[in-house]
Design a protein around this ligand. Structure first.
Ligand SMILES: [Mg+2]
Length: 150
């Protein structure tokens, strides 16, 4: 079982995604990776920022160990989220993995300029989608040293 700090605490992953099918596939991918985690989900950037800042109904939300961020979403998109996070000293230590259908080189460049931790694209094929999520889980939750909770 994954523990991020040796205390038995499960990693908190925040998935920011407006597409229900992609949410379901991401859950399945984590299940396949055989990692017990807490997967939290919000549907747009505005709720993501509220979650991160523990505002309103997110008052008891944990600070996530990792964020999986979609780019194209209603209300507030992933580009705006990352631009806001990078300016915020309370949030800019949290690793952000972009998970998007956009293969636009401008998006890739812009997100790395905003210091995203990694940029990945969603395969259309079901099994390949699961493999991408499994790969993210294996790398970020077993190999990488994540920042300590603060
Ligand atoms: Mg989307």
């Amino acid at each position: 079982m994954l523990t991020t700090d040796g205390t038995g605490r499960l990693a908190d992953i925040l998935l920011v995604e407006d597409n229900e099918d992609d949410v379901m596939l991401t859950r399945k991918g984590f299940q396949r990776a055989k990692l017990k985690i807490h997967l939290h989900h919000v549907e747009n950037g505005e709720d993501c920022m509220a979650f991160l800042r523990k505002k309103g109904s997110f008052a008891t939300a944990p600070t996530p160990d990792l964020i999986l961020l979609d780019l194209n979403m209603p209300v507030m998109d992933g580009r705006e989220v990352l631009a806001e996070m990078v300016q915020d000293d309370a949030l800019n230590h949290i690793p952000v993995v972009i998970l998007t259908t956009s293969e636009d080189e401008r998006d890739v460049l812009e997100m790395y300029k905003l210091r995203c931790s990694a940029y990945t694209t969603k395969p259309v094929d079901f099994n390949n989608f699961l493999k991408v999520v499994q790969g993210i889980a294996d790398f970020w939750l077993t190999l990488v040293v994540l920042p300590p909770q603060r």
